[in-house]
Design a protein around this ligand. Structure first.
Ligand SMILES: Cc1ncc(COP(=O)(O)O)c(C=O)c1O
Length: 431
């Protein structure tokens, strides 16, 4: 049998860092990643046959748990009919309708393959629609790895402590204005100075790529107000929150703010490579073939991915969201209680069913600068103790913890039973 270490060594010889996406390499927590051979419900199984309770959920898609039988069957049936046609299918229209029914502001929807593509296209569409160049984003928000959006990004860029990325031209970076999240004055000032050149504000309406940082009351409404006043667009990047924090994502959970464009990913593809952007019909119709803003993809709207997304969204009913909310509430309070009991300073923050712990802080984390003050050594100790006990957490302190409808009380108890030892390990690095 191939062991985890052997698998990693073999992968590293032919794949940079041994991984297809950086955070998987355990760079910020140290040690070697476990290599997964299969997953089912709330569990992952590594190549050595060890079982883990999974709190990553493929970084968001697995809201039903892994390999839900009805989703797998839908994909198998689609596969038997053909893997890719490069021609339209009715299932794409069905999925777009399901998205529009949940988020009516997404009157029209374009299916793409990744969240990166969805955000990149939304930015291009905003520039095409307004004839303007500048984009406003917030430090610590991650919108995928396109050039315009990598500046001061969260997620893996935060994990690696990188300021951005080599290979992004100064020209691309100069067209992205980066502001602190939740900074009302910075938003007003940037619009006072550059309002006529700003094509769009792109935001995670509840940030979850620098740890979980919810918007301050009124912050998203301010974004709506200034963009409207200055003729810019507001893009809600709901790749992570969409169809996870509620049936209609953060938009439905929050209520009241009406963005121009949405991006979706993760849950919408049910674990397959599928993402989407949506918005008002007249804006979306600026995309090719109707309009001048070009966007395309050989595998866009792939029939297997579309089948997985459709099956997942059809199964994700009120009961599923209630179970996810219950699991998140139970687990987050168990973690917080264990940390309080051990006297470990921390701040637990949540946005709907997404939550994360900021280690060694007891102030509210409202932006990226504060998030970066956390003690990642404490998390490293906690993470490895949990992993050794069969609980797989995100391998970075800057990521949200993901639960699913398959995380039942028995599974949650299994996690809770491991908390005292992990918290004790973390406490040796706390403060
Ligand atoms: C909010 C947000 N936007 C965009 C992306 C990029 O999506 P993808 O990894 O599918 O390219 C992510 C990925 O984590 C995300 O969390």
């Amino acid at each position: 049998m191939t062991g985890n270490q052997e698998a990693f060594d073999r992968a590293r010889a032919v794949i940079p860092g041994g991984v297809s996406s950086p955070v998987r390499a355990f760079g910020s927590v140290g040690g070697s990643p476990v290599f997964i051979s299969r997953a089912s419900g709330p569990h992952l199984y590594d190549v050595e046959g060890r079982e883990y309770v999974d709190l990553v959920g493929s970084w968001g898609p697995a809201i039903l748990g892994h390999a839900h039988p009805e989703v797998v069957e839908a994909v198998q049936q689609a596969a038997a009919r053909g893997l890719s046609f490069g021609a339209p299918t009715l299932a794409e229209a069905e999925l777009a309708e399901v998205i529009r029914d949940r988020v009516p502001l997404a009157e029209k929807v374009r299916l793409v393959s990744t969240g990166t593509e969805a955000c990149m296209t939304a930015v291009r569409l905003a520039r095409g629609a307004t004839g303007r160049d500048l984009i406003v984003k917030f430090a610590g928000c991650y919108h995928g790895h396109s050039d315009a959006l990598l500046t001061a990004a969260g997620s893996g860029v935060a994990t690696a402590g990188l300021p951005g990325s080599a290979g992004v031209t100064a020209a691309a970076a100069a067209q992205t204005l980066v502001l602190p999240y939740n900074d009302f004055d910075a938003v007003r000032t940037v619009f006072a100075e550059h309002g006529a050149q700003i094509a769009a504000v792109i935001t995670e309406p509840a940030a979850a790529n620098m740890g979980v940082v919810p918007p301050e009351p009124g912050f998203n409404a301010l974004l709506r107000e200034v963009t409207t006043t200055h003729g810019a667009l507001l893009i809600y990047d709901e790749v992570l929150t969409g169809f996870r924090v509620s049936a209609s994502g953060w938009w439905g959970y929050e209520g009241g703010v009406e963005p121009d464009l949405f991006t979706f990913g993760k849950v919408v593809g049910g674990g397959m490579p599928l993402a989407a952007l949506g918005g008002r019909a007249e804006l979306m119709d600026l995309l090719a073939p109707l309009g001048p803003v070009y966007q395309a993809g050989t595998l866009s709207g792939n029939p297997l991915a579309t089948a997985a997304g459709l099956a997942t969204l059809r199964l994700a009913d009120a009961d599923v969201y209630a179970r996810v909310d219950h699991a998140a509430a139970q687990l987050s309070s168990a973690v917080s209680d264990a940390l309080i009991r051990a006297g470990v300073p921390h701040r637990l923050q949540s946005a709907g069913s997404l939550f994360s712990v900021f280690w060694g802080l007891d102030e509210a984390v409202t932006d990226y600068v504060t998030a970066q003050r956390q003690n990642t050594d404490a998390y490293r100790a906690f993470f490895h103790t949990m992993l050794a006990a069969g609980v797989a957490l995100p391998p970075s302190a800057y990521e949200a913890w993901f639960v699913s409808a398959a995380h039942d009380d028995e599974t949650l108890e299994r996690i809770s039973a491991q908390l005292p030892a992990a918290v004790s390990a973390a406490s040796r690095h706390a403060g």
